[in-house]
Ligand binder design. Structure first.
Ligand code: G16
Ligand code: MG
Length: 212
């Protein structure tokens, strides 16, 4: 039986795709590197430095590791400014109903996100302190598809991984949940992932009964 649900943040609770896209685009334009929405799709769920490596495939110039850190930091500064505009209105469809019902039924809820900006995003959308536990990019060594962030979230809510359902929008995240021995609900971009245990377009298209 499922006793905890671990939610990815970006793309599941709130859509920050456009903020990531605009921030990477500003940096890439300044550097003269080709970057578009199709490349942005490949960054879903992937860590900041791994995202940069994907973007730099299109670069003519070789960047030293110090320069790469500067590029990622510059992008993040733009991103931090953009996410200041997020509010509770940006919470995705169906999310609050599902969270409220899970809480009412005594099912633990946790965040398992690759993002180091997870605490700021949760605060801005009015969900700071709402989850029973949070595990994010600040707490882990290995990012998705490694299961580390989800295993940490499971440990923090005190529920065995097989009793945790992961909700993910990224293929790397679906792979991470399954690698951790957890069933996975794929939503958004991952709603067509055939390896996902359950699939739904978004959280307004599934009930808590179907999830548990
Ligand atoms: C999110 C996004 C990724 C982003 C990553 C790291 O992961 O989906 O596109 O690259 O976080 O974000 P940051 O640069 O803020 O640390 P998730 O796991 O919440 O979907
Ligand atoms: Mg995501």
């Amino acid at each position: 039986s499922i006793n905890a649900v671990i939610f990815d943040l970006d793309g599941v609770i709130v859509s920050t795709d456009d903020c990531h896209y605009r921030a990477w685009k500003m940096m890439a334009d300044e550097e003269g590197i080709e970057f578009n929405r199709e490349i942005n799709e490949r960054l879903r769920g992937v860590s900041r430095m791994e995202s940069l490596a994907i973007i730099l495939v299109k670069s003519e110039k070789e960047y030293s590791s110090e320069e790469q850190v500067e590029l990622a930091t510059r992008k993040n500064n733009y991103y931090v400014d953009l996410i200041k505009e997020l509010s509770p209105a940006d919470i995705l469809p169906g999310v609050m109903d599902i969270l409220t019902e899970l809480k009412a039924r005594g099912i633990k809820i946790a965040i398992g996100s690759s993002s180091r900006n997870s605490p700021a995003i949760l605060k801005n959308i009015g969900l700071g302190g709402y989850f029973d536990a949070e595990a994010d990019g600040n707490h882990i060594q290995n990012s998705k598809p490694d299961p580390e962030v989800f295993l940490l979230a499971a440990e923090r809510v005190g529920v065995s991984p097989v009793e945790c359902l992961v909700v993910e929008d990224a293929d790397a995240g679906v792979e991470a949940g399954l690698a951790g021995g957890m069933p996975v609900l794929g939503v958004g971009a991952a709603s067509v992932n055939p390896t996902a245990t359950l699939q739904a377009d978004d959280l307004s298209k599934i009930t808590v009964d179907q999830m548990l």
